[in-house]
Each structure stands twice: as C-alpha cells, then as structure tokens.
Design a binder for this molecule. Structure first.
Ligand code: FAD
Ligand code: NAD
Length: 479
C-alpha cells in the first residue's frame, strides 16, 4: 500500500521547502521529495537557491568585495592594509560552509515541523500520486490529496558554446573555479553575468561580457541601466552589446569565441567562459503523459493566478511557472498555495515583487519602470535624488547612483521605485512596503526618516516628485 500524505511537494528549493513548512504548520501531513546532491554526493535541501544560486553567489560577492576594498579603498578612510593576499581556497571553503549551514538548517526545520523528507527523483503519475526513484533501482509510490510541483529551473545551454569541464561553464561552474582566470568571457550580461562577472573582476580577472541585446538590462528602468553601464564599465567590466556569439572552441586550455556585432566579426580568446543566457523550467521526467498536465507555449507548467494547474488538486510554484525566476517569488507562491489547500483565502500581488542585482553599487526596483509607464500611456511624475547629495552615502564613500520614484500624475500613488546605490537591496523593502500599503509619494514625503541614513534618499526622491527636494539645487527636475 502506498504511504499516504495530505500534501506531497516535489522540489525543496525556496518555493517547495517553504510550501512544505507552511503546509505542516497548518496541520497537514506533508512529504517533500527532492533529488539534489551536494559536492560530496549527499542529499541537500534548499534547491538552486541555497546550493548553487542566491547564497553561494552572495557569499562570493561579499568576500570579493572585501578583497577589492582592502586592496585600496580602505586607504581612503585612512586605513592602510599592507600586502593584501587572496586565498581563493579559503574564500571557496567559507562559501561552502555558509551553504552547508543553511541547507542543514532546512533539514532541521523539516524535522521540527514533522515533514517527511524523501530523497530521489519525483514524478507525477496521477493527480494523487508521485513515484520516487531514489537511484537504487527501487521505485516507490506515495499518495496525497494535494500535490505541489516545485522542481525549479536549470541553465539554458547554447549550441555556440557547449559546456566543457571547468573551461566552458554555467553559473554553477563559475561559483567553483579553483583559480582566478586571467581573462574571463561571459556570454550574457544579465543578472548572473553581472554578478559573477563582478566577483571574478574583483578577484583580478579581465572580464569581457558578450550580450546579444543592443540595450543593456532591458528589464530595469533605462535611466538606471544607462548609469549602471557607465559605472560597471568604469570599474573595468568590458560589456559588449549587440554581440551575437557564433561559435567557440577550446585550444590548448583556452577558449576562442567567435561573435559578430554591427561592426563585423570578431574573435576573443579567454581562459574561462561562463554561459549565462537565462534559465529554463525543469519539466523533463516530472510527469507522465497520462496525467495530462498542461504546459504553456514556453514550456512552463500552465497555472492560474493562484498556481492551480489544469489537474484538480495539483499546484505548481516557483521557477517552473510564469513570473520572475526569483526565490522570494517562489516562496510567496508556496505560502499562498499551502493556505489555499488548507481552505484559507490567499493571493499575491505579482506587480509588487522586488528585484535586486547584487553588483556594486546594487540595483533594486519594484513596480513599473518609466519605459513601461510610457508604453502603457500612464500619466506619471518622477522624483530623482542622487546619493552624491546624501550625507550617509558621502560618509560611506558610496556616492554613485540615485533613487527614483514614479508616481501617478493624477492620484500620486507610487507606481515604481528604482534604486541604484549602496544598500539598494535593503532600501527597496521600504519602497515595497509603501507600495503594498498603496502609498502616495506625498505619504513618503510626509514621513520622517532618520538622519543620516541612506533611506533619506528615498524621502528626498519623494519630495522631488513635487519639486521640493531639500538637498538638490542643480539636479532639480521639473515634470
Ligand atoms: P529551485 O531552487 O531550482 O529548487 C528546485 C529543487 O527541486 C531542486 O533541489 C531540484 O533538484 C529539485 N527537483 C527538480 N526536479 C525534481 C524532481 N523531478 N524530483 C525531485 N526533485 C526535483 N534569486 C533571488 O531571488 N535572489 C538571488 O540573489 C538569486 N541569485 C541567484 C544566483 C544564481 C547563480 C542563480 C543560478 C540563481 C539565482 N537566483 C536568485 C534565482 C533563484 O535561485 C531561483 O529563482 C530559485 O532557486 C527558484 O526556486 P524554486 O524552488 O522554484 O527552484
Ligand atoms: P537573464 O535573463 O538575467 O540574462 C541573460 C542575458 O543573456 C540576457 O541579457 C540575454 O539578452 C542574454 N542572452 C541570451 N542569449 C544570448 C546569446 N546567445 N548570446 C549573448 N547573450 C545572450 O538570465 P541569467 O543571468 O542567466 O539569470 C537567470 C535567472 O536567474 C534570472 O532571470 C533571474 O531571475 C535569476 N537570478 C536572479 C538573481 C538575483 O535576484 N539577484 C541573481 C542571479 C540569477
């Protein structure tokens, strides 16, 4: 007889493990099936995010930032550090330790919540049953009245640059180089390309990014994108836009990449090449054809606004469904679905999911970009405040970037907030809360912010919507 649960979750990434915990909190007997193995071949919970995504990349971004700062920037503060030396093995070991502590933390949370953790590949065989292949030749079936599919996503591969050992790698390989490449190529100047390109540039690589699009960071506000391109170029990232990669081959341990742009054909020789051209949903081997589970035209599992698939009782969440491929988006979907299964009312606002690019300076935004408002013909007013005029940013020595607030021209409701600058990832939370509460730019302008803080930049940008920012004279912008 198949073991029975109230809910089975397939996938223990930030979508699946959060869904499983919330289901258990709500009193449901829950199983979570996951197949991830760590570097030692041991099962590890947390999915891409903890094992090969958000967490290891942020650990390396932090360490590489400290290294770069100590090479010279601390001297500006009157702190001279002689003979700074990079110990890459120690940096990688620290990253692996951070990952291991967090993945073990999920295992502890599963135990504390009484969740049955099943290691192996899960496959939906009916709308009530999942088969588990644990790799030992044995397949077992478990059953539940509700199933949540959260299998995540994998890097997109391109024919022009097939992965090869530790020379042509995807994002996972780029988190594990054992030496700093002298010259590093990156295909795709998207979020992964910029974050991991920044890590290796700070550690000493010459980094060339080949980006197919003519415009930089299409999904970000284009005023931010323009400033960011200038800033990253100043830092030494060689970003080539409109570059179509035609092919690559490995010769004596180096990669030759052929690409063309408006100026013609080019060849670039690099020591390592990262392919970072997007991710695709993991649906291979996830369900049998007999289940009739529907995918959409892009290969994502088809779901409604509340993550219901076409099969009764079967939900899908996280990177495998429409919407941005972000950990917090998947986690929120996980909570929503658990509450729906428990018979509660639950929904989420897909327009208010913040995005962050953890470069230096950081870039963060929530809501609409200026170009989207123009395209949608929405009347708006903009307020902009540069960090160069913010006292705390000056004290930190972090003056690049600005805060920009877009508010509806008639109702004044905040429609979008864009930050490029220090702690943008934290500042965007304040903007997200304000927007969640339906704030107007006047609400933000009337709020008292502590001094001296970076969040005063948000305040001044809100004041600037009315042309009333206090600390800008020359930058004043009338709408
Ligand atoms: P995943 O995290 O991919 O987890 C899915 C899990 O399901 C995996 O463990 C997988 O092995 C397992 N699985 C798949 N199929 C099956 C099956 N059939 N049976 C059993 N198990 C299965 N997002 C952010 O929000 N912030 C960041 O800073 C950030 N940084 C990133 C950096 C990098 C380098 C990368 C690659 C991604 C980053 N992301 C970031 C994106 C983020 O990792 C994903 O959006 C998030 O992990 C998606 O969560 P998920 O639960 O849907 O899927
Ligand atoms: P991305 O969509 O951010 O960027 C991919 C880039 O590659 C795009 O700019 C695209 O135009 C370009 N591209 C595509 N095909 C190309 C080709 N053949 N040649 C040259 N350029 C090409 O994707 P990503 O950077 O791979 O990241 C995947 C996803 O992971 C992101 O969508 C994001 O949701 C998530 N992620 C988030 C964070 C974060 O939240 N900080 C960090 C890393 C990853």
């Amino acid at each position: 007889m198949a073991e029975r649960f109230d809910v089975i979750v397939v996938g223990a990434g930030p979508a699946g493990y959060v869904a499983a915990i919330r289901c258990a909190q709500l009193g449901m007997k829950t199983a979570c099936v996951d197949k991830w193995l760590d570097g030692q071949g041991q099962p590890a919970l947390g999915g891409t995010c903890l094992n090969a995504g958000c967490i290891p990349s942020k650990a390396l971004l932090e360490s590489s930032e400290i290294y770069e700062q100590s090479l010279g920037h601390y001297a500006d503060h009157g702190v001279n550090i002689p003979a700074v030396k990079l110990d890459l093995a120690a940096m990688m070991a620290r990253k692996d330790k951070v990952v291991a502590e967090l993945t073990q933390g999920i295992a502890q949370l599963f135990r504390a919540n009484g969740i049955t953790s099943c290691h192996g590949h899960g496959k939906l065989v009916s709308s009530r049953q999942v088969s588990i292949d644990s790799g030992d030749g044995q397949e077992r079936i478990i059953e539940a009245s509700h199933i949540i599919l959260a299998p995540g996503s994998s890097p997109v591969a391109i024919e022009a640059a097939p992965l090869s050992g530790d020379i042509i790698v995807d994002s996972t390989g780029a988190l594990n180089f054992d030496k700093v490449p002298k010259r590093l190529g990156v295909i795709g100047a998207g979020i992964i390309g910029l974050e991991l390109g920044s890590v290796w540039r700070r550690l000493g690589s010459e980094v060339v990014l080949l980006e197919a699009q003519e415009a930089f960071l299409m999904m970000a506000d284009q005023q931010v994108a323009r400033d960011a391109l200038r800033e990253f170029t100043r830092q030494g990232l060689d970003i080539r836009l409109g570059a179509r990669v035609l092919g690559s081959h490995i010769k004596r341990g180096k990669v030759e990449v052929q690409y063309e742009d408006a100026a013609g054909s080019h060849q670039e020789k690099v020591d390592r090449l990262i392919v970072a051209v997007g991710r695709m949903p993991n649906t291979d081997g996830l369900f049998t054809a007999e289940t009739g589970l529907a995918l959409n035209e892009w290969g994502y599992i088809h779901v409604d606004e509340q993550c219901r698939t076409n099969l009764p009782g079967v939900y899908a969440i996280g990177d495998v469904v429409r919407g941005p491929m972000l950990a917090h988006k998947g986690s929120r979907e996980g909570v929503m679905v658990a509450e729906l299964i428990a018979g509660q009312e639950a929904s989420m606002d897909y327009d208010l999911i913040p995005s962050v690019i953890y470069t230096h300076p950081e870039i963060a935004w929530v809501g609409k970009t200026e170009q989207a408002l123009k395209a949608e013909d929405v009347p708006y007013r903009a307020g902009v405040f540069p960090f160069a005029a913010n006292g705390r940013a000056r004290a930190l020595g972090e003056t690049a970037g600005f805060v920009k607030i877009l508010a509806h021209a008639e109702t004044d409701r905040v429609l979008g907030v864009h930050v490029m600058g220090p702690q943008a990832s934290e500042l965007i939370a304040c903007a997200t809360v304000a927007m969640e509460f339906g704030a107007s730019s006047e609400d933000l302008a009337l709020t008292v912010f502590a001094h001296p803080t970076l969040s005063e930049g948000l305040h001044e940008a809100a004041l600037d919507v009315e042309g009333a920012a206090i600390h800008i004279a020359k930058m004043r912008r009338k709408n």
